[in-house]
Design a protein. Structure first.
Length: 271
């Protein structure tokens, strides 16, 4: 595979933003049905590695960590549940000092043409879910009585994103949460999310363009690394949403292997 070893400080690439004011309807397992009015903008996307130690969940909404795993096969659903879920629970508990962590919603993705639609990367700046869906997940996972008790606390929805092998194309870009205005978020509905065509509607947001947005990515991100990013925080005094999207890296080699990654969601309850 031909490629250069030099990694630039930033690249200029197209981000697929949403048309302001439009409600997107996204069908991950049948994308031709989707209604997602979009407009592309060329933006600078910074290499996060040189400044990773300066980032925080409470300021930018995401962090890059080196976090080894004992999982051998991320395509094995049982191993993901039995080995990876406990690892993620411990990681998130350590990061947030959470009293309780719910782990759910794992999806292994690839941009290979052989991959089913529900497991392909999402092109379009978005935030998976907002408060309505976070509360519903909590009810589904804990039952109404326990859910309402825990939801009295501050709660945080996060995504933990890991390459299954080194990423050479179609990386993930994240937008600094402190650079996003609430008015730039548009409602979205996800029909058949988490690779389940029968799942009830999930509610989140798409992101419209703002010239102040600061975008980051991790060049050649490795399987021993994770991006942890906040999707919703019930504390409105803090950055609440981290928009993200797959994008086409213009520096990727034409024969770069498909991107393979796994993502898991967590809901944490703090004191």
């Amino acid at each position: 595979m031909g490629r250069t070893n030099e990694i630039p400080a930033s690249i200029r690439a197209a981000i697929r933003y949403a048309v302001p004011g439009e409600t997107a309807l996204f069908y991950p397992t049948n994308r031709a049905r989707s209604y997602w009015p979009a407009e592309e903008h060329l933006v600078d996307i910074q290499n996060v590695r040189p400044q990773a130690s300066q980032l925080s969940l409470e300021l930018q909404g995401f962090v890059l960590l080196r976090e080894p795993t004992a999982v051998r096969d991320f395509r094995d659903a049982s191993e993901v549940r039995d080995v990876y879920y406990p690892e993620i629970e411990q990681l998130v508990g350590r990061l947030l000092g959470a009293k309780k962590v719910l782990v759910f919603g794992d999806v292994a993705r690839s941009d290979s043409r052989a991959t089913g639609e529900g497991q392909r990367p999402a092109y379009g700046a978005h935030v998976d879910y907002g408060e309505r869906t976070v509360r519903q997940f909590t009810h589904d996972l804990l039952g109404p009585q326990d859910a309402e008790s825990w939801l009295q606390r501050r709660f945080v929805l996060m995504n933990i994103w890991r390459p299954i092998r080194t990423v050479y194309r179609t990386p993930l870009a994240l937008c600094d949460a402190s650079s996003v205005k609430r008015s730039e978020l548009n409602n979205s509905e996800v029909h058949g999310g988490l690779n389940d065509p029968n799942r009830p509607t999930l509610y989140g947001y798409t992101l419209s363009y703002g010239p102040q947005h600061r975008w980051y990515y991790v060049p050649r991100m490795e399987a021993g690394e994770v991006l942890v990013f906040k999707l919703f925080d019930s504390d409105a005094t803090r950055p609440q949403w981290t928009a993200h999207t797959a994008f086409d890296d213009p520096t990727a080699a034409a024969d770069a292997p498909p991107r393979e990654s796994i993502e898991v969601r967590t809901i944490s309850f703090l004191s």
